[in-house]
Design a protein around this ligand. Structure first.
Ligand SMILES: Cc1cc2nc3c(=O)[nH]c(=O)nc-3n(C[C@H](O)[C@H](O)[C@H](O)COP(=O)(O)O)c2cc1C
Length: 185
């Protein structure tokens, strides 16, 4: 197991009582290089070192990741004062590509979570002030519901505890082995 993964497991364990520690920022860029950043919820880490996020194919991030699949995750654990910056390569799957995986994430959502995918097209204007209504069934995985698999290719870890602070870079050698290097922060 890569060293950074052991560290992340520990950070998640130490902050398990803090719901906000499951949120991280995902930065993407479009074809022209314009950056976009937003908060998403961490949904797990696969055996292949993919950070898992659920999303909607009708959002900007999906379009940006289709154009440019390199992205960055920035994750700060306030309780332990640790920052992880993950360079990632994204791969998106819908129920058409990976029905079992995608359905398992859909089924883990509460009804309130599912509703967020059934309110209509994101970013379309709401001019009449009317309440949004749900269209579709909770039993069916919407075609636009997607799982983003963010494969970690590089990690920049910073721990603010102590003086000097501790910074460590983790990267892959040409053979797929993870190497770690402590660096000047
Ligand atoms: C705490 C928090 C958690 C969020 N979690 C997710 C998430 O897991 N997936 C997601 O697509 N959007 C999530 N969002 C909404 C995104 O931040 C963003 O507003 C939305 O996905 C549209 O982004 P885009 O147009 O850049 O793709 C979350 C927002 C907040 C504030």
């Amino acid at each position: 197991m890569p060293q950074w993964r052991q560290g992340l497991t520990k950070s998640l364990h130490k902050t398990r009582s803090v719901p906000e520690s499951r949120y991280f920022q995902l930065a993407t860029a479009d074809e022209e290089g314009t950056p976009y950043c937003r908060t998403v919820v961490y949904r797990g880490l696969t055996e292949d070192n993919d950070l898992v996020v659920i999303s909607d194919t009708r959002t900007g991030k999906y379009a940006q990741l289709c154009e440019q699949n390199k992205a960055q995750v920035c994750w700060y654990f306030a309780k332990t004062r640790e920052q992880y910056r993950f360079s990632v390569t994204a791969h998106s799957v819908t129920t058409a590509h990976a029905p079992v995986l995608v359905r398992s994430h859909w089924e883990r959502l509460s009804d309130a979570g599912k509703k967020q995918f059934l309110w209509g097209e994101p970013t379309t204007p709401r001019n009449d002030g009317a309440a949004l209504s749900v269209t579709g069934s909770f039993d069916e995985v919407p075609a636009h519901f997607c799982v983003l698999l963010l494969n970690v290719t590089k990690v920049d870890y910073l721990n603010l505890r102590g003086s000097p602070q501790y910074r460590e870079l983790h990267y892959l050698d040409g053979q797929g082995n993870w190497l770690s290097q402590s660096v000047v922060p």
